[in-house]
Write a new protein. Structure first.
Length: 94
Protein backbone atom coordinates (compact mmCIF):
# COMPACT_ATOMS: atom_id res chain seq x y z
CA UNK A 1 0.00 0.00 0.00
CA UNK A 2 2.78 2.39 0.87
CA UNK A 3 4.55 2.07 -2.48
CA UNK A 4 1.29 2.67 -4.36
CA UNK A 5 0.54 5.74 -2.26
CA UNK A 6 4.08 7.05 -2.80
CA UNK A 7 3.67 6.58 -6.57
CA UNK A 8 0.36 8.44 -6.47
CA UNK A 9 1.90 11.28 -4.46
CA UNK A 10 4.83 11.50 -6.89
CA UNK A 11 2.42 11.71 -9.84
CA UNK A 12 0.31 14.36 -8.10
CA UNK A 13 3.44 16.36 -7.31
CA UNK A 14 5.08 16.09 -10.73
CA UNK A 15 2.01 16.54 -12.92
CA UNK A 16 0.10 19.81 -12.67
CA UNK A 17 -3.64 19.32 -12.38
CA UNK A 18 -5.94 21.19 -14.75
CA UNK A 19 -7.14 24.42 -13.17
CA UNK A 20 -10.72 23.16 -12.99
CA UNK A 21 -9.76 20.38 -10.59
CA UNK A 22 -6.83 22.05 -8.83
CA UNK A 23 -8.57 22.08 -5.43
CA UNK A 24 -9.75 18.45 -5.54
CA UNK A 25 -6.24 17.47 -6.71
CA UNK A 26 -4.67 19.41 -3.82
CA UNK A 27 -7.05 17.66 -1.41
CA UNK A 28 -6.04 14.29 -2.87
CA UNK A 29 -2.36 15.16 -2.54
CA UNK A 30 -2.81 16.12 1.13
CA UNK A 31 -4.85 13.00 1.90
CA UNK A 32 -2.24 10.83 0.19
CA UNK A 33 0.56 12.35 2.27
CA UNK A 34 -1.46 11.85 5.45
CA UNK A 35 -2.08 8.21 4.54
CA UNK A 36 1.65 7.66 3.93
CA UNK A 37 2.39 9.24 7.31
CA UNK A 38 -0.07 6.84 9.00
CA UNK A 39 1.47 3.85 7.19
CA UNK A 40 4.94 4.93 8.33
CA UNK A 41 3.73 5.33 11.92
CA UNK A 42 2.17 1.86 11.81
CA UNK A 43 5.37 0.37 10.44
CA UNK A 44 7.40 2.00 13.23
CA UNK A 45 4.95 0.64 15.80
CA UNK A 46 5.03 -2.96 14.60
CA UNK A 47 8.84 -2.91 14.51
CA UNK A 48 8.95 -2.33 18.27
CA UNK A 49 9.23 -5.46 20.41
CA UNK A 50 5.96 -6.35 22.09
CA UNK A 51 3.95 -3.96 19.95
CA UNK A 52 0.23 -4.33 19.36
CA UNK A 53 0.46 -4.98 15.64
CA UNK A 54 -3.29 -5.54 15.31
CA UNK A 55 -4.02 -2.08 16.69
CA UNK A 56 -1.31 -0.56 14.48
CA UNK A 57 -2.89 -2.13 11.40
CA UNK A 58 -6.35 -0.93 12.43
CA UNK A 59 -5.13 2.66 12.23
CA UNK A 60 -4.77 2.41 8.46
CA UNK A 61 -8.09 3.90 7.41
CA UNK A 62 -8.53 4.56 3.70
CA UNK A 63 -11.76 6.53 4.06
CA UNK A 64 -10.24 10.04 3.88
CA UNK A 65 -8.08 9.04 0.92
CA UNK A 66 -11.10 7.52 -0.86
CA UNK A 67 -13.16 10.68 -0.31
CA UNK A 68 -10.34 12.86 -1.63
CA UNK A 69 -10.00 10.63 -4.70
CA UNK A 70 -13.76 10.91 -5.14
CA UNK A 71 -13.39 14.67 -5.33
CA UNK A 72 -11.36 14.18 -8.51
CA UNK A 73 -13.40 11.27 -9.89
CA UNK A 74 -16.77 12.93 -9.28
CA UNK A 75 -15.86 16.42 -10.46
CA UNK A 76 -17.86 18.54 -11.19
CA UNK A 77 -20.39 16.66 -9.06
CA UNK A 78 -20.10 16.61 -5.29
CA UNK A 79 -18.76 13.74 -3.23
CA UNK A 80 -21.23 12.35 -0.72
CA UNK A 81 -19.85 9.94 1.91
CA UNK A 82 -21.71 6.63 1.73
CA UNK A 83 -22.23 3.93 4.30
CA UNK A 84 -20.66 0.55 3.71
CA UNK A 85 -22.60 -1.40 1.12
CA UNK A 86 -23.81 1.64 -0.80
CA UNK A 87 -20.48 2.12 -2.51
CA UNK A 88 -17.30 0.09 -2.44
CA UNK A 89 -15.30 3.32 -2.42
CA UNK A 90 -17.18 4.84 0.50
CA UNK A 91 -18.70 7.67 -1.51
CA UNK A 92 -21.18 8.41 -4.24
CA UNK A 93 -21.17 11.26 -6.74
CA UNK A 94 -24.11 13.62 -6.53
Amino acid sequence: MRSTAVSLLRDLTNTPAPEAISQPAANLKAATQQFIDRVDASIRTVQQPGSDYVNAADNLDLHALNLAAGGVVCWPANVIPAEAGESGAGYVCH
